[in-house]
Design a protein around this ligand. Structure first.
Ligand code: NAG
Length: 240
């Protein structure tokens, strides 16, 4: 893959040398130079955003010549919570500096590259777990999607076939979909990116309860977060 891309750059530089279109040529030169400066690899660079600020980001120029920036986490070996009731430290997917960078480019296209299986439930209980997210259309503005009180297996998942939106589902109208930034029952949020997943299903200090006639049954507040990666990719330049 890398070999192919290097070949492509060499080819572009050669095209530059043998053609008279100086402007286009200079663009290719700069791009090629960036590659050489950065060890000739797809990888981290300092890139200037619309504000003039520089951002240290992971950049990919694909074989079509599109420029994509990648943000997020990959290679995670401990994201293996399945029907768990553990209170976790926040799972940080995007840090503030990543959001600052994402917000500083005109986003031509985006993709969420993830293999995460996500499920978060409350069932006649209170589950103080939440997601910190922002809309793709307004990446700098964070808001929280809170599970909180739910009835009849109210739960949040990724919308089927999408990793950029959250769906709320419940067995009946007694659930609390539609509240606390959850989408209405059986509907999806707007396209969003997740900054942080905060699982505190049994944290009574935060108000967790899961009482029924048989006592406390914490598995009503179970969650699943299983996978290895969550990467937000934004396209900032089309092919030349
Ligand atoms: C959990 O995620 C891993 C990594 O993606 C996958 O191999 C495994 O099958 C998943 N387990 C379940 C129960 O879905």
């Amino acid at each position: 893959m890398l070999g192919f891309i290097l070949l492509l750059i060499v080819a572009q530089v050669v095209i530059c040398d043998s053609h008279t279109q100086e402007l286009a040529c200079r663009k290719y030169d700069i791009r090629a130079l960036d590659f050489w400066r950065n060890g000739g690899e797809i990888g981290y660079i300092n890139i200037r955003g619309n504000s003039g600020e520089y951002h240290h980001v992971f950049r990919e120029i694909n074989s079509a010549g599109e420029v994509w920036l990648h943000f997020g986490r990959q290679g995670q070996v401990d994201w293996n919570y399945i029907n768990s009731i553990s209170n976790l430290s926040p799972i940080i997917l995007l840090q503030q500096r990543h959001i600052d960078a994402i917000s500083d480019f005109h986003i031509l296209d985006y993709a969420i590259d993830t293999d995460v299986d996500f499920y978060l439930q409350a069932d006649d209980s209170i589950n103080p777990s939440l997601l910190k997210v922002s809309r793709i259309s307004d990446p700098a503005t964070m808001f929280e999607i809170k599970m909180d009180r739910g009835g009849n297996h109210a739960h949040l998942t990724f919308a089927p076939g999408y990793f950029d939106r959250i769906r709320c589902t419940g067995a009946s109208n007694s659930n609390t979909c539609g509240q606390l930034n959850k989408p209405p029952k059986d509907q999806n949020t707007d396209p969003i990116i997740i900054w942080e997943a905060n699982f505190r299903p049994t944290d009574t200090d935060l108000g967790a309860t899961a009482i029924n006639s048989n006592g406390v049954y914490w598995h009503r507040n179970k969650f699943t977060w299983n996978g290895t990666k969550y990467i937000v990719k934004i396209k900032i330049e089309d092919q030349k």
